[in-house]
Design a protein around this ligand. Structure first.
Ligand SMILES: Cc1cc2nc3c(=O)[nH]c(=O)nc-3n(C[C@H](O)[C@H](O)[C@H](O)COP(=O)(O)O)c2cc1C
Length: 164
């Protein structure tokens, strides 16, 4: 039994969530390959997949979208869990919803067994200068909003669905 935990990140927060997911699944005896989608991991050799993406401009990272399109036939043939990592997921007014996730799932015929929107971080020193200007002009709240214990709890929750 092996699970691919694959992620697309821009400023690094999604990687830390993916690492937490991978470590928590491994604690439960699941063999995990953790991979940055820029490395183009092949999901075909795995029994299940967890796909995570950072959110920018209300969208999943292009790497995640293109990878999902490329491997669609594999992703629909085994358990798939999807998560996003964004600034707005920490906003209670969003009620756990994330436009980018809904758009991603609406654009492809994927049927994930679980979907979750996690808060990441907005750390100016981790993003390019031109994007800092944009975020400042939008008055985007900055800080580290991650809740790694919630990420670990989700991994424990979805483990039976991935390994069934
Ligand atoms: C240029 C830029 C645009 C962003 N756009 C959004 C957005 O539309 N919605 C949102 O909730 N968060 C947005 N964010 C916040 C990111 O989702 C957040 O920083 C998250 O941690 C990104 O994951 P990463 O660190 O793995 O790249 C944006 C961040 C940047 C730098």
């Amino acid at each position: 039994m092996s699970v691919l935990v694959a992620y697309a990140t821009h400023s690094g927060a999604t990687r830390t969530l993916a690492e937490t997911l991978a470590a928590t699944l491994e604690e439960r005896g699941v063999a995990v390959e953790l991979a940055d989608l820029q490395e183009g991991p092949d999901p075909a050799g795995h029994d299940a997949v967890v796909l995570g993406s950072a959110v920018r401009a209300e969208s999943f990272e292009k790497t995640a979208v293109n990878w999902a399109k490329t491997h669609l036939d594999v992703l629909v043939s085994r358990p798939l869990a999807v998560f996003s990592c964004s600034g707005s997921a920490s906003d209670p007014a969003k009620g756990g919803k994330q436009k980018a996730t809904d758009a991603f799932l609406g654009s492809l015929p994927l049927r994930p067994v679980a979907v979750k929107n996690f808060p990441g971080w907005v750390l100016m020193e981790r993003i390019p200068v031109h994007e800092r200007m944009l975020l400042k002009s939008l008055r985007t709240p900055t800080g580290d909003f991650r809740d790694l214990s919630a990420v670990a709890a989700w991994a424990r929750e979805i483990a039976p669905q991935l390994t069934r």
